[in-house]
Design a protein around this ligand. Structure first.
Ligand code: AMP
Length: 444
């Protein structure tokens, strides 16, 4: 199959040739004809599958072939993204695909001045990429009207809900014309996402390019058990041993990012960090320098790392496991992209056993453990497997009691400390489910 056989027009084919895309990826092969045919789409596609081109190419084609010229302060298509980084990334891709088309594109997001964005929107743009909060601000200040909107794309919809954007999405929903095409992309499909899809989409075609919630199989993954306090030392040891050249490292908190970067820089290692407390320009600079290999180790929080697209990233290290198991899939999706192979190494301490268990359950695999000589933990990481069971070694009873104790205990998923926890259901991150006005909606 080629892009030409999918029915794409010549200016798009020319752009793809320049970019070196030869064959459509599975998500593109399914999404492109469906979007061209005007269908709504609900696509389970993780990052690295080529999903951006999957929605952007047919969208650009439809906007070129159909519809009126864009009016002042209007947009004909809107792509909603959870973070600024992803918005920038998606916009860069869209602009590349559109290089031979007479269409205008622009990205708006918070954390930067709104005035230049308002100025830019005066003439209207064909495709607007936006984060939810800034979009609403622009709408409320009359800098943007949505009555000309033909297509809405929700990119990384699961992430938007995880970041607490459900209310913003409900507000945006009320701002949209009822007649439109809607495309929803999400790495994972929770019940909340299905609910959102049920409200936003009209008779959608469902496509799924990898088994639900399963991490990319081009990524070799393993775990190194270690005591919490020795993680920095182990990281440096592994880095030197493996001669790591370019590594994206995930830490759980902003402080964690700063502490690790300080430690590495103190050892003369070329490291930088990105997290939500840093200004957008600083984050972008760190990312650019990482991409050009001026920075060797980039340490990031989950939020800051959304939308990073670094070609051929060989290695991702989870310095801490993520609090939300789905983030593990997003993190390791930074490597092994577009058919390349990659590695993902997680440094796991005893405190994180329940997070490890939840990741194994979600990805339906037991991660291989490799003990690093000299770093064997004093606090053993209990055994885990894909069933969600955490197997604790029975403690020696001080005094033999009739009932004995220990053995297999189900500790639940996110109970982070303490020896015994009730066998409770997983504690999910708090999410508000959006409430929409769901009147029947007619398509064009
Ligand atoms: P995405 O999943 O949209 O973030 O895309 C992941 C990476 O794959 C990006 O660097 C794209 O430029 C690249 N890519 C997307 N589609 C193709 C294709 N058909 N052939 C080669 N590379 C692609």
């Amino acid at each position: 199959m080629t892009f030409a056989t999918l029915g794409l027009i010549e200016p798009l084919l020319r752009a793809l040739e320049t970019l070196g895309y030869q064959t459509p990826t599975p998500v593109q092969a399914q999404a492109i004809p469906a979007v061209l045919a005007g269908r709504d789409l609900m696509a389970a596609a993780q990052t690295g599958t080529g999903k951006t081109a999957g929605f952007a190419l047919p969208l650009l084609q439809l906007l070129t072939m159909e519809g009126p010229k864009v009016a002042a302060n209007s947009a004909r298509a809107l792509i909603l993204c959870p973070t600024r980084e992803l918005a920038e990334q998606v916009h860069a891709s869209v602009a590349e695909y559109a290089q031979h088309l007479p269409l205008t594109t622009y990205a708006v997001y918070g954390g930067v001045s709104i005035n230049p964005q308002m100025m830019k929107l005066r003439k209207g743009v064909d495709i607007l990429v936006a984060t939810p909060g800034r979009l609403i601000d622009l709408f409320r200040q009359n800098a943007l009207k949505l009555n000309q909107l033909q297509t809405l794309v929700l990119d990384e919809a699961d992430r938007m809900l995880d970041l607490g954007f459900s209310e913003e999405l409900a507000n945006i929903y009320r701002m949209l014309p009822k007649q439109r095409q809607t495309l929803l992309f999400s790495a994972t499909f929770s019940d909340d996402i299905r609910l959102l899809a049920g409200q936003m989409l009209n008779d959608p075609l469902s496509i799924e390019v990898s088994p639900r919630n399963v991490a990319a199989n081009t990524v070799k993954q393993w775990v190194v058990p270690v005591d919490k306090k020795r993680k920095p030392e182990l990281f440096v040891h592994l880095m030197r041993k493996g001669r790591w050249k370019q590594v994206l490292v995930f830490a759980k908190t902003r402080n964690g990012v700063d502490a690790l970067v300080d430690k590495l820089q103190g050892l003369g290692i070329n490291a930088d960090g990105i997290h939500g407390d840093k200004p957008q320009a600083t984050r972008q600079r760190a990312l650019d320098r990482f991409k050009t290999s001026d920075v060797q180790i980039l340490v990031a929080t989950d939020v800051a790392a959304r939308g990073l697209d670094i070609e051929d990233l060989p290695l991702v290290v989870n310095f801490d496991l993520p609090i939300v198991a789905e983030d593990y899939i997003h993190r390791i999706g930074r490597t092994g992209r577009a058919g390349n192979t990659g590695e993902a190494i997680s440094l796991v301490c005893a405190d994180e056993v329940n997070m490890l268990s939840a990741i194994e359950m979600l990805t339906r695999q037991t991660l291989t453990r490799k003990m690093e000589p000299e770093f064997e933990p004093e606090h053993r990481v209990p055994d885990t497997d894909a069933s969600g069971q955490v197997v604790k070694k029975p403690k020696k009873p001080k005094k033999p009691k009739a009932s004995g104790g220990g053995g297999k205990r189900n500790l639940g998923k996110w109970v982070d400390s303490g020896d015994v926890a009730p066998a409770e259901p997983s504690i999910k991150p708090v999410r508000k489910v959006p409430v929409f006005n769901t009147g029947p909606r007619k398509k064009k």
